[in-house]
Design a protein around this ligand. Sequence first.
Ligand SMILES: NC(=O)c1ccc[n+]([C@@H]2O[C@H](COP(=O)([O-])OP(=O)(O)OC[C@H]3O[C@@H](n4cnc5c(N)ncnc54)[C@H](O)[C@@H]3O)[C@@H](O)[C@H]2O)c1
Length: 357
Amino acid sequence: MPIPTIHAGCKHFGSGRLQALVNAEGLEPVACVDLDIDGAKRVIENLNNDPPADLVNRVYSSIGEALEHHEAEACLIFASTTAHAKLVIESLDAGMHTLCVKPIVTNQDDFKAILAAQRASDKNPMLVQGQNKRWNPAAAKMREWLRDEGGIGEMLGGECRFWIRQNLWTGPDSRQPDAFVEGLYFHAGASHQLDQLVAAKGLPQYVTAHIHNLIDESLGQTGVWGTAGGNALFEYENGAPFTYAGTRSGHARSTGWSGAWSFHGVDGDLQRDHGSLKLWRKGECVEDLQLQDLHGGLIEDDRIQFDSFATAIATGEGREWMQTSSLNTWTLMEACNESARTHSRIDMAAFREGLFA
Ligand SMILES: NC(=O)c1ccc[n+]([C@@H]2O[C@H](COP(=O)([O-])OP(=O)(O)OC[C@H]3O[C@@H](n4cnc5c(N)ncnc54)[C@H](O)[C@@H]3O)[C@@H](O)[C@H]2O)c1
């Protein structure tokens, strides 16, 4: 039986996620939530693949109102970033398993508040930061080569470069929150790549990071702290260093949202650009694969994520990994901001303890 699910945030990016929810087998949309009810209804009218016939009549302006009319066990949140904390807490207070797209929140107080809401519930709800770029076959293969037998073995070092050009203007007088909320380069730009690292290797022991200060009105970059790009050095327990350099204010050649990667291990080396993956051993390329990277519109990526969420809820399979690693991605991105703000090297265990205690 698919899990009855509320979908909050239906327009813009949320519209494709609503399609992904309809496409998913493990979740069933029972109600939608959006401040713009008519706009959400227009999105529902344009859904493909047989959405529930009367979903268009089940749109509400709050989660509470939706729950007055329908029973739900899960909630997907794709509303504006600035509404996430309130919606996540409302969902957890109602005991629903909750997946909220990155950035699940934008500051440490809100992060502690959502963890407290999860702990306060007697229904043991799952809490996941939605990260759709770890699920495609190319990302899954990279994770396998990093983590499992037959890959690079123990990691000795690695790097990721991320280079896109992203216009943060959404209209003549409006910009994405990424342009006016501090620190959203790491939480919203870098998290797309580095979540894939956390999903495979967990958290490093130490983090040192810096942000790029850029003013470029044409991209909506007005000099708000931590919005343009950043560099980071992660040090793992075995001493392995990993370096990251990313910008969303780049020019010309793009690495795509997945980034360009290389890793060095005791048993081999790994290279990845988009869907191209190579595994090297002793100077020879032993596997050279071209796999599906991000799907157009990211609908299939989110469909896989939603079905994995459903499986985790229903059977427990992957539950600990999905929840812990996705919240650890938020923790790592916040540690990058903390390091860049304080010009210090962050001890991840102590930093995490401060958030999760
Ligand atoms: N993972 C990805 O690849 C990816 C890509 C783009 C955007 N995003 C994330 O998706 C989220 C949505 O982005 P967007 O550009 O569509 O945002 P948006 O501001 O356009 O809002 C999306 C929807 O949320 C609704 N909304 C706003 N406040 C609400 C509230 N309190 N209750 C219910 N509905 C509310 C709006 O009416 C709109 O329909 C952001 O957090 C963004 O970071 C993720």
